[in-house]
Design a protein around this ligand. Structure first.
Ligand code: FES
Length: 377
């Protein structure tokens, strides 16, 4: 395995534009979702950027050409300065999207966010009723989410209804889509779990059978026919089951720039788990981070890629897949993504799917909590 210091893959061409800025403003969260994509060590991120530091990130990113701002977490509503951040984003001309659980929202806050210029809200659900929802997210939040989804529509926001799908809720797709329909969702994203972070830790408990996925897709197709354009439904497959490497982040360092709560800049959501040092917006200008840092160049372009990727016809479309998945499954962040059938360790993915198919005894979930974060990291 190559070391983190190896300066492989420096960009040959001028750096592209970070069109999509993701501000992970806090990792604090009232929920405990067992599939959370935050780093396992999220409890260490206590030193959050101050308001002015976030505003500086926004200003720098916009000057570099960023147009789309996602504000996520953790639960971004826990930041009391959210309206200030949104207001500045609007002044700068960003299209802003709040990714929230809805917990911590109320009518007043929705009004203030609207006034500040928030464009779009994505609200996450776990299931179509409280029991299974509480089981996967911890706590009793289902009714609050329902109320907040209604309020989001009452405030005239375009609403994405997002559900991470897995073994415990794939059989509930019909009820989930009915709920989204009743709440007036404009878009539904049924995002099958990608096994990174907490989801990887809970992989045995979360991986569904292939039959569950087949049935869920069939139900989704029926709903698409019924819902037409009133509610657009996306069923995003899990890499393990699709057996194709996806162009993670649209290609490393091409489009996506994430900033963690403490200011570390990330070329992908999972970069904190990779053996690379992440530069901080507290120490360097964003432009230098994007264009010159080791972290943003290490997997940029295709020069760093090993065989079989290097001579594969699909390289320009999949970019070798996901680095985080390569590290988790092949033990080497530089390896071909093992979900690709050409990977020398693809059998590890096939075996995981087989085990999920054969599983008869359910495995307990490890919830995303501060206590578990500390004991696991
Ligand atoms: Fe890190 Fe895919 S999540 S490269």
């Amino acid at each position: 395995m190559a070391s983190a210091e190896t300066p492989r893959g420096a960009a040959a061409d001028a750096a592209p534009i970070p069109l999509w800025l993701l501000a992970e403003v806090t990792y604090r969260c009232p929920l405990q979702c067992a599939y959370c994509s935050n780093p396992i060590a999220f409890a260490r991120y206590r030193d959050e950027l101050e308001t002015q530091e976030w505003i500086s990130v926004l200003e720098q990113a916009r000057a570099m050409g960023a147009v789309q701002l996602g504000i996520s977490g953790g639960e971004p509503l826990l930041r009391k300065d959210l309206e200030t951040i949104v207001g500045r984003a609007r002044e700068l001309g960003f299209y802003s999207n709040l990714l929230t659980s809805g917990v911590g929202l109320d009518e007043d806050r929705l009004g203030r966010l609207k006034q500040a210029g928030l464009d779009h809200i994505q609200i996450s659900f776990q299931a179509d009723r409280s029991g299974p929802s509480d089981e996967i997210a911890g706590g009793h939040h289902f009714q609050t989410k329902e109320r907040m989804a209604q309020a989001i529509k009452a405030h005239d926001y375009p609403m994405v209804f997002n559900v991470v799908m897995h073994r415990h809720n794939l059989d509930r797709v019909d009820g989930i889509l009915q709920l989204a329909w009743d709440l007036g969702a404009d878009y539904v994203e049924l995002a099958n779990t990608q096994y990174h972070g907490w989801a990887y830790h809970n992989r045995a408990a979360l991986m569904p059978t292939r039959e569950q996925i087949r049935r869920a897709e069939e139900t989704t197709q029926r709903w698409r026919e019924k819902a037409g354009n009133r509610m657009r439904i996306y069923f995003v497959g899990s890499d393990y089951y699709d057996e194709t490497a996806k162009p993670c982040m649209n290609g490393w360092g091409t489009t996506f720039l994430g900033v963690a709560p403490d200011g570390r800049a990330m070329p992908c959501h999972g970069a904190a788990e990779l053996p690379i040092e992440l530069p901080s917006v507290r120490e360097e200008p964003l432009k230098a981070i994007w264009e010159d840092s080791h972290a943003f160049n290490v997997f940029r372009g295709h020069d760093w890629q090993p065989e079989p990727c290097r001579s594969c016809d699909l390289l320009q479309s999949c970019h070798g897949g996901c680095r985080c998945q390569a590290l988790l499954l092949a033990g080497d962040a530089w390896a071909t993504d093992p979900v690709c059938p050409k990977s020398p360790v693809h059998d590890r993915v096939l075996r995981a799917v087989e085990v999920a198919d054969e599983r008869r005894v359910e495995v307990p979930l490890v919830m995303r909590s501060v206590k578990n974060s500390r004991s696991l990291s």
